[in-house]
Design a protein around this ligand. Sequence first.
Ligand SMILES: NC(=O)c1ccc[n+]([C@@H]2O[C@H](COP(=O)([O-])OP(=O)(O)OC[C@H]3O[C@@H](n4cnc5c(N)ncnc54)[C@H](OP(=O)(O)O)[C@@H]3O)[C@@H](O)[C@H]2O)c1
Length: 252
Amino acid sequence: MTAKAKVAIITGASSGIGKAAALRLQSAGYDVVLAARRVHELEEAAAEACPRGGRVLVAACDVTNQSSVKTLFERTRQEFGRLDVLFNNAGIFAQGAPIDEVSYESWKKIVDVNINGMFLCAQEAWKMMKAQDPQGGRIINNGSLAAHNPRPLSAPYTTTKHAITGLTKSLSLDGRPYRIACSQVDIGNAATEFTARMATGILQANGELMVEPRMDVTHVADAILYIANLPLEANVLFMSLLATNMPYVGRG
Ligand SMILES: NC(=O)c1ccc[n+]([C@@H]2O[C@H](COP(=O)([O-])OP(=O)(O)OC[C@H]3O[C@@H](n4cnc5c(N)ncnc54)[C@H](OP(=O)(O)O)[C@@H]3O)[C@@H](O)[C@H]2O)c1
């Protein structure tokens, strides 16, 4: 690869959407940093990298730990010299429950990954993008359709994903002077471990269980590549990407 390859950090690259997006960017020539807690899975993902694609760095990182996040970005700076794209993807789902049955511990855990983790990574990306020459870069936050409408019994998850919309809008506004663009992808039913329960039946607003269609995760990976490849003068602020026939629009 040439020294001009763009550099991307992908959090949650050990599985699902993060892994697919990382491999898609790498095969398109990006130098990629695969970040997550499960190093063995990251190394398995790295082994699937395209031999003619960009360079790959595996980096153990817990996005809820500030020093771990700082180390991730410092390693990226040392290895690749700059950062063009952060795919702020790592996230967890909480077991469905009415709010009176949600423990404070499980609430804090999901807030810690889905909000605090995204904040810490965006903050470190911002520092690098602002300081580097040429200045600027792109932060792509992984929201959810739950950033717009909840599934039943999902207050913690839905709250965190609504919060990401605030982060996306604020960074989009504040990033203008520094050529930092910020996007949000709101995905519905990409086939990952996260959505395995859709295949067996998931609770609907009317109380029924319904098997829901899912889409291949490669469509999300292609969308991330599309956004990443845009010149910094253009931005996809929000993108909803969902399985066409899933019950979402209208009344189900
Ligand atoms: N699949 C969908 O249809 C869908 C729909 C809407 C939104 N999303 C969003 O898409 C993102 C990825 O979901 P997915 O479907 O790909 O699920 P997934 O396969 O379970 O991936 C989640 C990723 O997050 C990482 N992660 C979790 N906690 C972490 C932590 N503390 N530090 C670092 N990494 C952490 C996991 O890696 P480790 O366990 O190795 O750390 C894993 O790689 C999430 O933000 C989710 O909310 C997905």
